[in-house]
Write a protein of this length. Structure first.
Length: 182
């Protein structure tokens, strides 16, 4: 992405913990239905197609190539047990199996589903919900990290995870998501 991309006033005053967020599509028809099938109807095979779509998105390939590690957004143990798989982990593996690491970024606090909360509630609920594996913080210091998720709504979860990575010393954090809400 060009270095001269303008920032809004709010981002200039309070820079987000992400350096960049890349997304393939808007979260609307038909993508919302495809993502729901992938995520909630146990169709992890769709990850290959979603990864191909992401790799076709401008700036995603260079971000993956430059990354030291590709981290899926972690799920709580409860949500992982209920769903049966972490959709972000399967997607991260489809994007870059050698760099995908589901054990470096941890979810240390279970939170309610973000879809049921207001933006303010989302920001509050995910505060301190993520941490870098304490025995592996040296792997994050100075690293270029790609953070992978399926959908970005308010950005609260991605921002909280990025803040944990930034605190551990990550040099550059790019989020890659399949879809983003308006």
């Amino acid at each position: 992405m060009p270095a001269d991309v303008p920032h809004c006033g709010a981002c200039l005053q309070h820079p987000p913990p992400l350096d960049r967020c890349l997304t393939a599509v808007s979260y609307g028809y038909p993508w919302s239905q495809i993502i729901v099938r992938y995520k909630f109807q146990a169709q992890p095979g769709l990850a290959r197609t979603l990864a191909l779509m992401l790799r076709s998105t401008p700036w995603v390939e260079p971000a993956l190539d430059a990354a030291d590690t590709v981290l899926p957004m972690p799920l709580s143990k409860e949500r992982l047990r209920t769903r049966g798989f972490n959709q972000a982990h399967v997607l991260a593996q489809a994007l870059s199996k050698p760099k995908a690491d589901a054990a470096l970024l941890l979810r240390i606090k279970d939170t309610p589903p973000q879809s049921s909360l207001t933006r303010a509630e989302r920001l509050s609920s995910v505060k301190d919900a993520f941490a870098v594996e304490p025995l592996r913080t040296s792997e994050v210091k100075g690293a270029r990290v790609v953070l992978v998720d399926d959908v970005m709504t308010s950005g609260a979860s991605l921002f909280a995870a990025a803040l944990a990575l930034r605190t551990a010393g990550a040099a550059h954090i790019t989020a890659i998501v399949v879809a983003r809400t308006a």
